[in-house]
Design a protein around this ligand. Structure first.
Ligand code: ZN
Ligand code: ZN
Length: 421
């Protein structure tokens, strides 16, 4: 579509969007109050599937456990896939909102946890439902095939892959473009884009270090895994500071360090859990091999009875937006949002969104929608306190509904419209 066409499309849609907002607000609040953990998003998936059915999509459910795919054919034209993730987090919400979640559920280990949508995937679902309805009701405005995909398990890095493993690529048309968005800290009413790498790769590992347990009063009879773990922890921090070039960005966090039960018992082993974020494949490979090298060397230095064990917990690929496709999205955003559309730096967060594009070998574009009250955001920015705004995954993460609800819907429709003609 040409820019004037995108503008005309958006102008026509604008009043329809406004009429739809009260319904979407009710849907959003319902999903927000009924969050579901990763890979068990049955209720949310049903809501999405029922809605797609109501608006004449061909709907398939239960893909990769709870995934939903809706196809709407509207003549000759490109296949545009829009993706929303559905899962919530094991976090007890502390936003104080009147519609805050009070849900409790059991996680995969059977532990009772508070559950809440503190990553904003409830907004993603609502946006995609709204876009699906509007595209269905205004088929005179576009041509092509719309593919609405509601994905499970983003937070555990398994959902996109589980849909692919469940035959998604054989069962549905190959998209020409895959589009996705995420609500983030940022001025509500704005969108942020980036060509190339927009999100880091994320790799989480568990490392088990083996010693020899003994009485706390007789260290000479032990090989102390606590000392081993402490030395390993400190040495691992030198990978980023000493082995990665200053112009590269990377993060290595040891988020869990567990050993022992009692002050006078030297335990048998210790466990570290690491999270690594990188923006470059070579840096990622180097860090992962350095982690192994250092863990093995520290165990050898302690005279450990056996080599450490490494287990991959989660692995997210980098999200690298296609340059040509991103150019198209930027043009569309500039036409729609003017100076409320910005370029952003890459974020050290990770997504499994790119798994669809990587498997199908088609271009994809992912962008951010600001969800922070503009007054709060601008005040924090002015006073250099942006890091005090509760971010995604904080128990206090609370996107302001207006205008965020409308902006995300506009962004999704505008970007899709750049392909439909
Ligand atoms: Zn998240
Ligand atoms: Zn998320």
């Amino acid at each position: 579509m040409e820019i004037p066409q995108i503008k005309a499309f958006n102008d026509k849609l604008d009043s329809y969007i406004d009429q739809l907002l009260p319904e979407l607000e009710a849907i959003y609040k319902d999903i927000h109050q009924n969050p579901e953990l990763s890979m068990v998003e049955y209720r949310t998936a049903q809501i999405a599937a029922d809605y797609l059915n109501r608006y004449q999509f061909e709907v398939s459910t239960g893909i990769g456990v709870t995934g939903v795919v809706g196809i709407l054919k509207n003549g000759e034209g490109p296949v545009v896939m829009l993706r929303a993730d559905m899962d919530a987090l094991p976090v007890t919400e502390a936003t104080g909102l009147p519609y805050a979640s009070t849900k409790i559920a059991r996680d995969e280990e059977g532990t009772e946890v508070g559950v809440s949508h503190v990553c904003g995937h409830d907004l993603h679902v609502t946006w995609l439902m709204g876009a699906a309805r509007l595209f269905s009701e205004h088929r005179e405005l576009w041509k092509g095939t719309l593919m609405a995909v509601f994905q499970p398990g983003e937070e555990v890095g398994r959902g996109a892959q589980s849909m692919i493993n469940d035959g998604m690529m054989d069962r549905f048309p190959k998209p020409d473009i895959i589009l996705g968005q995420h609500v983030m800290v940022g001025e509500a009413g704005t969108v942020k884009y980036r060509s190339g790498t927009i999100l880091s790769a994320g790799n989480s590992l568990e490392v088990k270090l083996f010693g020899r347990g003994s009485h706390g009063s007789q260290p000479q009879t032990s090989i102390d895994p606590v000392v081993m773990a402490a030395a390993t922890t400190m040495r691992l921090q030198t990978i980023i500071s000493r082995e990665v070039a200053p112009i590269e960005n990377a993060v290595l966090t040891i988020g869990a360090l567990q050993a022992g039960t009692k002050e006078n018992i030297i335990p048998d082993d210790a466990t570290l859990k690491l999270n690594i974020r990188t923006f470059n494949e070579n840096v990622k490979d180097h860090i992962l091999s350095a982690v192994k090298r250092i863990c093995c060397a520290e165990c050898a230095a302690s005279n450990a009875p056996r080599e450490p064990e490494f287990k991959e917990l989660v692995s997210y690929p980098m999200t690298v937006n296609d340059a040509i496709a991103t150019e198209k999205v930027i043009e569309a955003f500039n036409a729609q949002f003017g100076n409320r559309s910005y370029e952003t730096k890459p974020a050290s967060a990770s997504e499994d969104f790119s798994i669809f594009g990587r498997n199908w070998k088609v271009p994809y574009v992912f962008w951010f929608v600001g969800g922070t009250d503009p007054e709060i955001y601008l005040d924090a920015k002015k006073n250099n306190r942006l890091n005090t705004i509760p971010s995604n995954h904080s128990p206090k993460f609370a996107p302001v509904l207006h205008p965020t609800l409308k902006t995300g819907l506009q962004a999704m429709m505008t970007a899709a419209a750049a392909w439909f003609n």
